[in-house]
Design a protein around this ligand. Structure first.
Ligand code: AHR
Length: 507
């Protein structure tokens, strides 16, 4: 057993935590929408077909914002197919996922669902087959009050009041050769900025102005892309004056075929940190080159664990197929906790993040058609972070053991420390990536008199354990005795090998 010292000081603030870093993502993909959030006839469905059992799990998860309708799907999607009388809606081929899209659920249903759940919508424009004009028309449909063709169509179809959608993604992963009409950085950058200028005019507000809509341009879809990070620079040079955020996407997986599968997987949080560092530097570079005084932030609008080597490859052209319904293990949960810590530790620049995705498709919630809804292992670190990781992140310095992963050297103890001045709370999220128990000496002197009010852990001897419909609670958090804090704001405690830990202190 070795010892790790962690020091955190309230004066060393990293940044304010934007609650939207606890966002998520719902794509027309597999059973995310159909049989996920929407299943008319399900015993728990309301009159609109929204599953109340799923809504209550989403509320428990604490998701404030949801990105919709894609993802790859959006690049071939005509939003007009998804509005109006349901019996008139067109059934379409979805080329992104080789699926039949019935269009029974579209923009108005999503808005209604957002209203019911209290979730902020983040809509994406189609920058694949879609034109800037299609984007403008969707914007007009959603946000313009009345008296124009599309605003009146919305009033007729669904809502007298405009939806006032604030967050808009200008396409999705446009650098990908898998993306419908994927393109080059220059072509995307030009089309994106023209679209954004049209949206700014229709919104009648300039970028960054109070009440203006927030626009997200597509960054590189993966660090493995040959165009990374040049794509990000070029796109930002085209769009910097109109953009509020640049998107980042990253998925990690446990691969038996890796030389050191466990260590490489456990190093994921550090890789994510380096990815953010690169995009941060790219943003700063373009800001300087443009002589701009505005900041552009990061919208990490797709992140998660995804076993892509198990991806379905054969098209099957059915409605709501079981696609990429990863079953998350205890090991996945440990890495997931580290990824959340990385987002928190970059709270100054990551202002939106979307856990991809929310239900069934690489998701914290799994549903059965006509049956139950369960929490996956990754549900828990997210729920604790979103409920408690509020306020600001403060810098933590730790000295302890390290291990080597494909991403370089990583600490066995991976932590984030948050401070909520309003609630007078300090929270510590801590993963132990060592195979042995670790002694932790935590020093929080600058907060004065501290008391530990909660110590919650997730521990298991079996890294492959997951929650299933037969055993939905196989992996779940447990409470421990709160730890003692000395007069100097020092707490000494032990964390189990390969464990996730949460401690709350009040002052
Ligand atoms: O989240 C699943 C897919 O991953 C999304 O559709 C796409 O944007 C990404 O490649």
């Amino acid at each position: 057993m070795s010892k790790t010292k962690i020091f955190a000081d309230r004066n060393l603030k990293i940044g304010d935590i934007d609650p939207n870093i606890y966002g998520s993502f719902l794509e027309h993909l597999g059973r995310a929408v159909y049989e996920g959030i929407y299943e008319p006839g399900h015993p728990a469905a309301d009159k609109d077909g929204f599953r109340e059992d799923v809504v209550s799990l989403i509320r428990e998860l604490g998701v404030p914002l949801v990105r919709y309708p894609g993802g790859n799907f959006v690049s071939g999607y005509d939003w007009k197919d998804g509005v109006g009388k349901k019996s008139d809606r067109k059934v379409r081929l979805d080329l992104a996922w080789a699926t039949i899209e019935p269009n029974e659920f579209g923009t108005d249903e999503f808005m209604k669902w957002c209203k019911k759940t209290g979730i902020q919508p983040m809509l994406a424009f189609n920058m694949g087959t879609g034109t800037p004009r299609d984007a403008l028309e969707l914007f007009e449909y959603c946000n313009y009050p009345s008296g124009t063709y599309y605003s009146d169509l919305r009033r007729k179809n669904a809502s007298e009041q405009p939806y006032g959608v604030k967050y808009w993604c200008i396409g999705n992963e446009m650098d990908g050769d898998w993306q419908i009409c994927g393109t080059t950085a220059d072509d995307y950058g030009r089309k994106a900025v023209q679209t954004m200028r049209m949206i700014r005019k229709a919104d009648a507000k300039r970028a960054g102005e109070e009440g203006a809509v927030r626009l997200v341009v597509c960054g590189s879809s993966a660090v493995e892309m040959p165009t990374y990070p040049e794509w990000d620079r070029v796109v930002l040079e085209h769009t910097y004056d109109e953009a509020d955020y640049i998107s980042m996407h990253r998925y990690y997986e446990y691969k038996e075929s890796d030389k050191n599968p466990l260590e490489d997987f456990l190093g994921s949080a550090d890789d994510m940190a380096r990815f953010i560092e690169t995009i941060r530097a790219t943003i700063r570079y373009v800001r300087a080159k443009k002589r701009s005084r505005r900041d552009v932030y990061i919208s990490f609008d797709e992140w998660n664990i995804w076993s892509q080597h198990k991806k379905r490859t054969e098209p099957n052209w059915i409605r709501a197929p079981h696609l990429i319904e990863d079953e998350y293990t205890f090991r996945d949960m440990l890495v997931f906790g580290g990824l959340l810590n990385t987002l928190l530790n970059n709270a100054d620049i990551v202002k939106v993040a979307c856990l991809a995705q929310l239900v069934n498709v690489i998701a914290p919630i799994l549903t059965q058609k006509g049956g139950a809804a369960i929490r996956q292992t990754i549900f828990y670190p997210f729920r604790y972070a979103s409920a408690n990781g509020r306020g600001e992140t403060i810098r933590s310095i730790s000295t302890g053991g390290t291990f080597d992963s494909a991403y370089g050297s990583a600490n066995f103890i991976n932590e984030a420390v948050t401070h909520n001045p309003e609630k007078r709370e300090v929270c510590v999220f801590l993963c132990n990536y060592s195979q042995s128990a670790e002694e932790i000496e935590l020093e929080l002197r600058s907060f004065g008199d501290l008391k530990c009010s909660e110590f919650t852990v997730m521990e298991s001897n079996d890294l492959t354990l997951s929650n299933t419909f037969a055993r939905p609670d196989a992996v779940k958090p447990e409470s421990r005795e709160p730890v003692a804090v000395s007069g100097e704001g020092k707490a000494e405690f032990r964390v189990a090998p390969m464990s996730w830990n949460f401690l709350k202190f009040t002052y």
